[in-house]
Design a binder for this molecule. Structure first.
Ligand code: PEP
Ligand code: MN
Length: 360
């Protein structure tokens, strides 16, 4: 796939001074709910009103969306407020119905991106459209699957393409609902710098009080926009209650976010520096996270050694690790001295952890 300048047109056409904002409820629930939220989002930074009509739920028995009737409510909201409208599509019928109701932006959900069959069916149904089509990352942290989805849409001659980063699921419980794995989105951005990249902090965090921070990180990484789930009564939302914000909070979030202008020539250095620093911050956080994980494993080894009454320090094993890491470091342009210093510090911390366990 080649990068074409057209890919950016839908963003350029909006001529926004700020990132594009897509907001609205996780799910359309009633006509009044959709209209009320739309009116509260009118005259804010929001350009697109989102609402899920068909909801892909992990387990059966949860609210699965109102279905096609919701499209009529969205259309009415558009007529009354002038907001453009966006919804998720997961098969050919959804696409056809969304197009009939003049939906402006269609997105492919994370659970659909994992299936090349579904993505292909949607791509075929959208062939040649000038609607905005955004593809969310797949639920699993697999960049090629995401790229494959983009390629399928691109081959269907869909020009107004974009991607949404909504984080990746993991078995392990973390503070996120879906771990951002920023480096995957950064990699995608490096490969396709012209493809508009939207962050969905709602599904990344799963919690409304974390949305601001994740949004700021996304903007620092030069994302082009945000998709934030917004509901007038979040606690009573029929889906994703914990992560939705009120329209007032959304306005506040947008006010508080620091937005770096890319167009200011004076600021080009600052923008680039800010972007690189944000990448460093992401990597540093990953390093700390990994160290924490390593020490947890060390604790388990400590417990095992305690049970078996074995000494903490195992010199042979340690020398093997060091030798391997020095070689590995060389491949990455790291000096032997640096690798030694880092690993000695890590080793010392492991020993401290294990001794604490032995002395318990
Ligand atoms: C959504 O946007 O409401 C949604 C279902 O998201 P995802 O596909 O990211 O889970
Ligand atoms: Mn949702």
């Amino acid at each position: 796939m080649k990068n074409t300048p057209e890919l950016r047109t839908w963003l350029d056409d909006l001529k926004l001074e700020h990132p594009v904002v897509i907001a609205g409820p996780c799910s359309a629930e009633t006509e009044d709910q959709v209209l009320s939220i739309a009116h509260q989002l009118k005259d804010t930074d929001v350009s697109y009103l989102r609402a899920g009509i068909w909801k892909p739920r992990t387990r059966p028995g949860n609210f699965e969306g109102v279905g096609a009737i919701g499209l009529k409510w969205l259309k009415k909201a558009k007529e009354e407020t002038g907001l453009k409208i966006a919804t998720e599509v997961a098969n050919r019928t959804h696409v056809e119905m969304a197009l009939e109701h003049d939906v402006d932006m269609l997105w492919i959900g994370a659970r659909s991106t994992v299936s090349p069959f579904i993505v292909q069916e949607i791509a075929d149904a959208l062939e040649g459209t000038d609607k905005f089509v955004l593809i969310k990352n797949p639920v699993n942290p697999d960049l090629s699957l995401w790229l494959g989805g983009i390629e399928r849409l691109y081959k269907s001659n869909i020009k107004n393409l974009g991607v949404i980063h909504r984080g990746f699921s993991s078995y392990e419980k973390t503070k996120y609902r879906n771990i951002p794995e920023w480096q995957i989105a950064i990699e995608l951005q490096n490969r396709f710098p012209d493809l508009p990249l939207i962050c969905d902090p709602s599904h990344i965090t799963g919690k409304r009080d974390m949305i601001f921070d994740v949004s700021q990180t996304a903007l620092d990484l030069n994302y082009d926009g945000l998709m934030i789930e917004t509901h007038m009564d979040p606690d009573n939302a029929w889906s994703d209650a914990a992560q939705q914000v009120t329209p007032e909070s959304l306005v506040q979030i947008m006010k508080d976010l620091k937005i770096r202008k890319e167009t200011d020539p004076e600021g080009e250095y600052t923008t680039k520096l800010g972007n690189l620093r944000a990448q460093i911050d992401v990597i540093d956080n990953t390093l700390i996270d990994l160290m924490g994980k390593r020490m947890k494993v060390a604790d388990e080894i400590g417990q095992l050694k305690k049970d078996r009454n074995v000494a903490v320090l195992q010199t042979k094993r340690w020398n093997e690790i060091l030798g391997k890491m020095i070689l590995e470091g060389e491949h990455h342009g790291l000096s032997e001295e640096f690798v030694l210093r880092i690993f000695k510090a890590i080793h010392q911390e492991s020993i401290n952890h294990q001794e604490k366990i032995l002395k318990k």
